[in-house]
Design a protein around this ligand. Sequence first.
Ligand code: FES
Ligand code: FES
Length: 163
Amino acid sequence: MIELNINGRTQSVDAAPDTPLLYVLRDHLAMNGAKFGCGLGQCGACTVMVDGDAVFSCLTPISIVAGRRIKTVEGLGTIENPGPLQRAFIDEQAAQCGYCIAGMMMRAQALLEKNPSPSDAEIRRHLMPNLCRCGTQMRIFRAVRRAAQAMQAGDGASERSRA
Ligand code: FES
Ligand code: FES
């Protein structure tokens, strides 16, 4: 058994140490926010956070994240009470098929936790590893900028308390 700290909760998982974190999230824990896209570290659909950094969970064996802080899109808010980043994505209608969105949000969350006031260029550069095949990059970009503004205006308190 391996113990994982996911969204502030300890979860015991019966899986081989080299099992990718993405498979454990989806197949063992029914946390289906992170998506399988390429399985090769090339699309970002599987992005989650580990100790504050965005990582490709398809390439991350659970053995190296045991005892570390894992955050997934499920930790950003709920349907009833979406967090600032989720609200901004809704307000900007940033999703078409939605497949890339959980990964986009987690990469953006990692940026905003380190740099609450990123420039437009910093947002674009940071999101670069994550692909959107539907072509909503401009809406995603605007959503991240909107979330940064909301968090700076004080809407981030509830978000940080979930960390
Ligand atoms: S599924 Fe992990 S980067 Fe594509
Ligand atoms: S919204 Fe469809 S891949 Fe991004």
